[in-house]
Design a binder for this molecule. Structure first.
Ligand SMILES: Cc1cc2nc3c(=O)[nH]c(=O)nc-3n(C[C@H](O)[C@H](O)[C@H](O)COP(=O)(O)OP(=O)(O)OC[C@H]3O[C@@H](n4cnc5c(N)ncnc54)[C@H](O)[C@@H]3O)c2cc1C
Length: 424
């Protein structure tokens, strides 16, 4: 079977592979530019890592994972049973190469350099979200509640003070420091006796599954086609172009192809002829009905590596980073660990009923930067992937950049640092 995605008032056609936050955002901006867009996904819309993440829009999150102390805290975690970070030895050379490249980047200088690439992307994405939320069709429980970082021990609070200073000096990001005694006044869900916190009022949060549902519905109404359970098997090339996609629903062709395939992107490397060193970084979340006292703000507990997010109709705890390949299991002890991690901070750390337990694979790059740009050697193909822990936050700017690149519009964003060619 051959399907030509085609003939819609003479418009050019684009196929986006992957219907996560990033693929949906790419479809949004391409449709706005007049493309006739089809989005395909091997599963359901928003069924990958974009389904039940923590829902934080974090323009404050400028520092990459590659910090000078990441190596030490990684080693400590490996020696601590039940730690948030876990690594399973695997017979894959690409994983050890990834780790080596990651460790090489854990210097102060390279951390700041990555932060300076992320900052304008985060700011631009935040502006795009503001515009998107102005559209009544987007119904995703979005709220401007900031993010509160909470610390149990004075040492951890004092240590964070140097990060706060660095964020102020290098990125102009000011947080409000909240002393321990003031915390339960600031948010009644918090226990007494905590050391203190830092509050970033520029952050927002939303319910990710509702974002996917309302955004894709809105795009459908604008003529975008979504093909669920349509798996990309192979990419047909003809010279310096993609000629078509071989999928479980037959052959699909278009003028432009965007690969927003998240943690799976590395599997396309051979077909696309480009190195895409992306590893799946597995995380978990548990979604519950609302606890007796709901946090008024999303919170991060950095000592426990856990985040809690309040929704109007629920409450979520999420965390963990496991390099265990594409292992889809959700062990009960990892979920109990999440719940236990929130207990020292919150009067009511859990809600009465568990509604959902979930795991997702973050698309992890070794330099903590996304991969957005043209595929070298293929004039009609672009990659939009590798968003690490920030895929929801960075989705709109990614979609906008993809549309700008396709239209050859100039951008003042640091696009070279995101290029797929950087791994060559
Ligand atoms: C516990 C946890 C908490 C998180 N919290 C946050 C947060 O608070 N804020 C934030 O910004 N980010 C957060 N993230 C990160 C964020 O979820 C990811 O960065 C983001 O979802 C990546 O989006 P994506 O569209 O690139 O990938 P995905 O959502 O995984 O989408 C990729 C899609 O491609 C499809 N696909 C892949 N291969 C093929 C193929 N061959 N054929 C067809 N389809 C294919 C997949 O089925 C999938 O649906 C969190 C992640 C985790 C695990």
């Amino acid at each position: 079977m051959q399907t030509r995605i085609d003939v819609n008032g003479g418009k050019d056609n684009a196929i986006v592979v992957g219907a996560g936050h990033v693929g949906i955002a790419c479809a949004h901006y391409l449709e706005r530019d007049g493309f006739n867009v089809t989005v395909i996904d091997q599963g359901a819309i928003g069924g990958g890592c974009s389904r039940a993440n923590c829902g934080l829009l974090s323009p404050s999150h400028v520092l990459p994972l590659t910090t000078p102390d990441a190596l030490w805290s990684g080693i400590t975690s490996l020696l601590t049973p039940g730690a948030a970070f876990r690594f399973k030895p695997q017979l894959r050379w690409s994983l050890y190469r990834w780790m080596f490249q990651f460790v090489r980047r854990c210097t102060h200088r390279r951390m700041l350099a990555a932060g300076h690439v992320l900052k304008p992307l985060l700011d631009a994405s935040s502006r795009e979200y503001t515009a998107l939320f102005g559209d009544p069709a987007i119904d995703c429980d979005a709220r401007d509640s900031g993010t509160l970082y909470v610390f149990r021990t004075q040492k951890a609070l004092d240590d964070y003070a140097s990060t706060d200073r660095l964020l102020r000096e290098h990125f102009g990001l000011g947080a409000r420091r909240i002393e321990g005694a003031e915390l339960p006044v600031f948010d009644a869900a918090l226990r007494t006796g905590l050391a203190g916190g830092y509050y970033y009022d520029i952050d927002r949060h939303l319910r990710p599954d509702r974002l996917n549902a309302s955004w894709s519905r809105h795009l459908r109404e604008r003529g975008v086609t979504f093909m669920e359970r349509t798996r990309l098997y192979a990419i047909d090339k003809s010279g310096a172009q993609i000629a078509g996609l071989v999928t479980s629903q037959g052959r699909l062709t278009a003028d432009r192809y965007v690969f927003a395939t998240g943690a799976w992107s590395g599997q396309l490397a051979k077909d696309l002829g480009v190195d895409i060193p992306i590893e799946p970084g597995k995380g978990y979340s548990v979604t519950m009905s609302q606890p007796a006292v709901m946090p008024a703000h999303p919170m991060l507990f950095p000592e426990a590596h856990v985040a809690v997010t309040p929704f109007s109709d629920g409450y979520r705890i999420g965390s963990m980073m496991e390099f265990v390949g594409f292992d889809a299991s959700i062990p009960g002890h990892r979920i109990r660990k999440l719940e236990a991690a929130a207990a020292p901070y919150l009067e009511y750390p859990t809600g009465p009923a568990i509604e959902d337990t979930w795991s997702g694979w973050r698309p992890m790059t070794w330099d903590s930067l996304p991969v957005i740009g043209r595929v070298p050697g293929l004039s009609n193909a672009l990659l939009a992937t590798g968003h690490n822990m920030l895929g929801m936050t960075l989705a709109p700017v990614t979609g906008k950049l993809v549309a700008d690149l396709v239209a050859e519009r100039p951008t003042d964003l640091p696009i070279d640092a995101l290029s797929p060619a950087r791994f060559a």
